[in-house]
Design a protein around this ligand. Structure first.
Ligand code: NDP
Length: 269
């Protein structure tokens, strides 16, 4: 029996144990997966204690993704690009850090929502950890344009600098919310504004009929951003599909088996 867990603080709300238990049952994998509350000043110690107990891997959530990045002694390309780690793998080589959030987002958009990214205009709101993790996976799908808008414009500009070479000339650009122009096929809210029931100050003209508006946040009710997008003709989606898809990507990395996410997502909803 192999052991996995998710580290966070707080962690009581986490759906990850249910998701991974469902994946394990579906694929016949023998494993346990539990929640672990890591002290705010004791993340590394909590990880090492879990390894000493025989832990094989872990997910990492708020507020430890940057610490997990620093703790890992090897990083995947996408973890390096994100500058943050949400998945750890423990083996004879030590601690490998991966980031499956962006791949989960892209899988939810393309496979679950059925919206291809290739050739589309994409607006990414926010330039924090979640936005950073999304940029490389989005660019790998060759959008026509990726505009990163953030309250602190310098943070968005820094992302553009980091990814300009990958995106190709003129594909990735940065601006403040007030400078957003035109409409988009896909609008992703990667700000944490929804946590305070706030709306990022995005102009309604970014939406057109058929726009997919995705809020990375999820909960019982549609977020303010989702309601705003719906009022302006877009289709709205929350971050639950992204959560399940990032978990599937982590599960695949650990176990070498890709679970079918559709029944797990349907069950959570
Ligand atoms: P960070 O704290 O790293 O970044 C927050 C971002 O939000 C920054 O760009 C910040 O702008 C911006 N922001 C905060 N408040 C406002 C506001 N009132 N108006 C406009 N912009 C604002 O957070 P994360 O990137 O880690 O998380 C972002 C969201 O993504 C959260 O809601 C989180 O729950 C969700 N998430 C969902 C996942 C899933 O699986 N569904 C996975 C990971 C994250 P500034 O730079 O100016 O401060």
């Amino acid at each position: 029996m192999d052991h996995y867990c998710v580290f966070g603080n707080p962690i009581a709300h986490s759906k990850s144990p249910d998701i991974h238990a469902a994946f394990a049952a579906q694929t016949g994998q023998q494993l346990t997966y539990e929640k672990r509350l890591a002290p705010l000043d004791g993340f590394a110690a909590a990880v090492h204690a879990f390894i000493a107990e025989g832990g094989k891997g872990a997910n990492v959530t708020v507020p430890f993704k940057l610490e997990a990045y620093r703790l890992a002694n090897a990083l995947t390309v996408r973890a390096q690009a994100a500058g943050a780690v949400n998945t750890l793998l423990f083996d004879a080589h030590g601690i490998t850090g991966d980031n499956t959030d962006g791949a989960g987002l892209v899988a939810d958009i393309t496979a679950n929502a059925g919206v291809p990214i290739v050739g589309k205009r994409v607006l990414l709101l926010g330039a924090g950890g979640a936005a950073r993790g999304a940029v490389l996976p989005i660019l790998e799908h060759r959008p026509a344009a990726l505009v990163i808008a953030n309250r602190t414009v310098a943070a968005a500009q820094q992302l553009v600098q980091q990814f300009a070479a990958l995106g190709g000339a003129g594909i990735v650009s940065a601006c403040g919310f007030a400078e957003i122009t035109g409409s988009f096929d896909i609008v992703i809210n990667a700000t944490s504004a929804s946590l305070q029931a706030d709306l990022p100050p995005v102009p309604p003209t970014v939406f057109q009929p058929g726009t997919l508006a995705l809020d990375m946040m999820y909960g019982k009710e549609p977020t303010v951003f989702m309601r705003f997008a719906l009022e302006h003709g877009a289709t709205a989606r929350d971050g639950l599909g992204m959560l399940v898809e990032q978990a599937a990507e982590a599960f695949h990395g650990w176990r070498g088996v890709r679970p079918d996410t559709a029944p797990v997502l349907a069950n959570l909803r």
